[in-house]
Design a protein around this ligand. Structure first.
Ligand code: PAF
Length: 291
């Protein structure tokens, strides 16, 4: 596996491959790799001639009170995992290389970046879209792979790619869960044993809410069920958001009549301050009877 620390070295490696007609699959990550990341890597290896993974804990997507300093890091472990899967290249830039002095340009997807997580993490998605656009320009991928665990992030990146006419296919990939339903996340390592035992509550609550939706065909009742279940856990410090949303606009659907909602799918999405972590998860649901 080639390892690049330098932006220009990475760029010229990718340029050479694209000139030879090779397809490049790209998996951008912040490291501390788990099975969720590795599922994206495996998919890229299947679908492309070359697979590039980046590991970069992007400082501009963290707020001043957030976990940039304690974000889990395991570079040696990550490197071994990627090497054993057969990844072709790892891009490992430093913050100084990505944001040299005088850096001034940011990208924002307006209207989606302020909703859900964006309302609680101001500037977060501006940091994400800026770094992802930079990484796309450096790695020059044919396809890029994103987990649906971060549903809003994937939607925002798809929108940026569409709006800025980037010639890259965004491949959304299913959330990988622990056997008890907890969505895999590098931040799950913040949880104590006791917190971890109850941390599948979001998944269980969304499944219950899905049942209510199917039985009642009422968005508001489904959202009530969701919140009732979330409130039961002693580890929940704050429910930041928990509702059913339009998967294209992120409009909150709780007050919308199912009969006038014209789409086939909706998405339950939740963010909690839970124990020592902030947990997010989502579940895409089919609206009964619609083909
Ligand atoms: O999902 C992540 O790990 C990050 O937000 C990403 C896409 C690598 C950008 O820093």
């Amino acid at each position: 596996m080639k390892v690049f620390n330098d932006v220009l070295d990475m760029q010229s490696y990718s340029k050479g491959l694209r000139l030879k007609g090779k397809t490049i699959g790209f998996v951008p990550t912040m490291g501390a790799l788990h099975e969720g990341h590795l599922s994206l890597v495996k998919r890229s290896l299947e679908e492309n001639d070359i697979t590039v993974v980046s590991i970069f804990v992007n400082p501009i997507q963290f707020g001043p009170q957030e976990d940039l300093d304690r974000y889990p890091r395991d570079l040696e472990g990550d490197r071994k995992k990627l090497e054993s899967l057969g990844v072709d290249a790892l891009f490992l830039p430093t913050p100084e290389k990505m944001y040299p002095e005088g850096f001034k340009t940011y990208v924002t997807v307006e209207g989606l970046s302020e909703k859900l997580c964006g309302a609680f993490r101001p500037g977060h998605f501006r940091g994400v879209t800026t770094v992802v656009l930079k990484l796309f320009n450096i790695v020059k991928p044919t396809r890029a792979y994103f987990g649906l665990k971060d549903f809003q992030q994937t939607l925002i990146i798809k929108t940026m790619v569409r709006d800025l006419n980037l010639d890259i296919e965004i491949v959304p990939c299913p959330t990988v869960r622990e056997p008890d339903g907890l969505a895999m996340s590098s931040r799950n390592s913040y949880l104590s044993e006791d917190e971890r035992r109850g941390a599948n509550l979001i998944y269980l609550a969304m499944k219950e809410a899905e049942k209510t939706l199917m039985e009642s065909m009422s968005f508001s009742r489904a959202v009530e069920t969701l919140n009732e279940h979330l409130r039961k856990s002693p580890h929940v410090r704050e429910i930041q958001y928990a509702s059913l949303y339009d998967p294209e606009t992120l409009e909150d659907l709780r007050d919308v009549d199912v009969k006038i909602y014209g789409k086939k799918e909706a998405v339950f999405a939740v963010a909690l301050l839970y124990g020592k972590a902030r947990l997010i998860d989502n579940l895409i649901v089919k609206i009964g009877g619609r083909e």
